[in-house]
Design a protein around this ligand. Structure first.
Ligand code: S3P
Length: 438
């Protein structure tokens, strides 16, 4: 694989083989940094996600007065967080910048609405175009004073923090970011907060809050939270590997004719394992080994080999369990025999790029027969792919999905603006090189 600035060139290879240790889970890392910043005491967070998104959260927390460092060398993957406890967060002396990270903006948005000072939070061009009304509306029901551009629908957000009141609220979209934002606000509110989810989304916030001593109960589709009576207790943890990052190697091995990859120490929280369920249903030779629980989160090793995939219909309640894996699932659909239909995934339109449009356009360039739907796509699998120039649209998940497609395409696949993979998986290209055998 040659590297020229942000261009990556991928060639098909004879074999894919090796062990992959995915980076620390991005969703869990954001939460570990934020919740430990509020706690009393010091925490060590091992295997903290190395991508730019979680570094945005760390930078914002530091600007809010939290002492955060690295254990040992500055490049160490262990984050040390000194919780602010009763002193609380401090007003930042400048605009907070979440860059490309919606999780940073939305989770901190909820938290800051409950803190007694003013905050302004912005992001990059992509994030400033993503929906924030879904955050502002429930926070206002709690009494928050939050404003945004575009008649309170877009960032930058201005947040005049104050004492909030708990709410009973049904989440209109199955978004873990909005759920978490409301729970963070609810920690400091007057009265309890009760949330109903029509469809379950990732539950890392709930698990971690319980581990840290919050009074939170989740039962079926509802969550109830009491405001903090004292402080959260800091939580030392080792973050499990990110299944969303592992997904590139799961699909790569499944679609390649000569492959065996072992993914080590990978998170398998059931709210995140839709990609495993779908690959198995498509006929993947996939095995889960050595299951265990660490800091309230399940993890395991996953072994996957070359498989004869068949097309599948994907929709309904499984979508939030694999929403970030749909770009790479589309690549699996291109290679599978028969038709793959993805529906109920309109949320893809408001991710780092419009992932229905960008996935369809870029995979079409590689020769796939793929059609957009308003809420998904139809992929007619089994057509050979051939390498050409494609673009990441500055969307990390698209860049890595195109690399996986390139492994089975004829000739060279040239991915422009590929550096964006560093948003979630800075070592992706290096790891790929290690498993590719020519
Ligand atoms: C995330 C939730 C999901 C997901 C995102 C991370 C989180 O977004 O797509 O990559 O960590 O809470 P939504 O909450 O918008 O569904």
């Amino acid at each position: 694989m040659a590297k020229t600035d942000t261009i990556r060139t991928i060639k098909s290879c004879r074999r894919l083989q090796g062990e992959v240790v995915p980076p620390g889970d991005k969703s869990i890392s954001h939460r570990a940094a934020i919740l430990n910043s509020l706690a009393k005491g010091k925490a060590e967070i091992d295997n903290f996600a190395p991508g730019a998104d979680c570094l945005s959260t760390v930078r914002c927390l530091k600007a809010l007065g939290v002492r955060i460092g690295r254990k040992g060398s500055p490049g160490s993957s262990t984050l040390l967080v000194s919780g602010t406890g009763k002193d609380g967060l401090k007003e930042a002396n400048n605009v907070l910048d979440a860059q490309n990270s919606a999780t940073t903006m939305r989770l901190l948005g909820g938290l800051l609405a409950s803190q007694p000072f003013l905050s302004v939070i912005t992001g990059d061009t992509s994030l400033r175009n993503r929906p924030m009304g879904r955050l502002i509306e429930p926070l206002r029901l709690m009494g928050a004073e939050v404003w945004g551009r575009g008649r309170d629908s877009l960032a930058p957000l201005v947040i005049k923090g104050k004492k909030l009141r708990g709410i009973d609220f049904t989440l209109p979209v199955p978004s873990a970011q909005i759920k978490s934002a409301i729970l963070l606000a609810g920690l400091f509110a007057r009265g309890s907060t009760v949330l109903y989810q029509k469809i379950l989304s990732r539950d890392h916030t709930e698990r971690m809050l319980k581990q840290m001593g919050a009074s939170l109960e989740s039962q079926g589709n509802s969550i109830s939270l009491l405001p903090l009576s004292s402080h959260l207790t800091s939580l030392n943890l080792r973050v499990p590997g990110d299944i969303s990052s592992a997904a590139y190697f799961l699909v790569a091995a499944a679609i390649h004719p000569n492959a065996r990859i072992v993914i080590k120490d990978c998170g398998i929280n059931p709210t995140r394992t839709g990609i495993i369920d779908i690959l198995l249903a498509m006929g993947a030779k996939l095995k889960i080994d050595h299951e265990r629980l660490e800091a309230g989160e399940p993890l395991a090793d996953i072994v996957i080999e070359s498989s004869d995939l068949k097309g599948i219909e994907v929709g309904g309640d499984i979508i939030p369990r694999l929403i970030d894996e749909i770009p790479v699932l589309a690549v699996a659909g291109c290679v599978a025999k028969g038709k793959t239909v993805i529906r109920d995934a309109g949320e893809l339109r408001v991710k780092e790029s419009d992932r229905i449009a960008t996935v369809v356009n870029e995979l079409s360039r590689l020769g796939a027969r793929i059609e957009p739907l308003p809420d998904g796509m139809i992929i007619y699998g089994g057509r050979p792919l051939s390498g050409t120039e494609v673009d990441s649209h500055l969307d990390h998940r698209l860049a890595m999905s195109l690399a996986v497609a390139g492994l089975v395409a004829k000739g060279e696949t040239v991915i422009k603006r590929a550096r964006t993979a560093q948003v979630s998986y800075p070592a992706f290209w290096q790891t790929l090189q290690q498993v590719v055998k020519y």
